[in-house]
Write a protein of this length. Sequence first.
Length: 155
Amino acid sequence: MLRSSSLKTVFFIAFLMFMSSYSLGQKSTHTTDDKIFKQNEVSTKADFEGGYQHLLLFLSTNLKYPTAAVNSNIQGKVIVRFVVENNGTISNIKIIQDIGGGCGEEVVRVLQKTQSRWNSAKRNKKRVRSYYQLSILFKIPSDHSQPYIKSENLN
């Protein structure tokens, strides 16, 4: 069994992210300020300050494989979706797919630390709200050495 302290110190972490948008049935009466745009509806997509590599660094520094998940041998993909607001904050963090053991909650916890560190999407040179989706794979090696969080680029 792995000790909690070793979980906090030794991880091989990589992340899989992909951006996508979902239509949530926005009514045409919404103003542009209220509308949440899909990634394919904007000229510049929302991203983390400093770009993709800085987001990976931030997540790898802060995301921990929950002890309960390791002890229960829980592994798999967590998918979250949130809104990048036009002021660079994030809101409406939703767990779309969870594997249990606290993994989804851990992703939400770390994402909440990224407030005001996002570059909003742009449409017609104006900052707009947009959806952002993140997928993270939690994996425990078959030899039960050190659990890790791994990602592959699906885009």
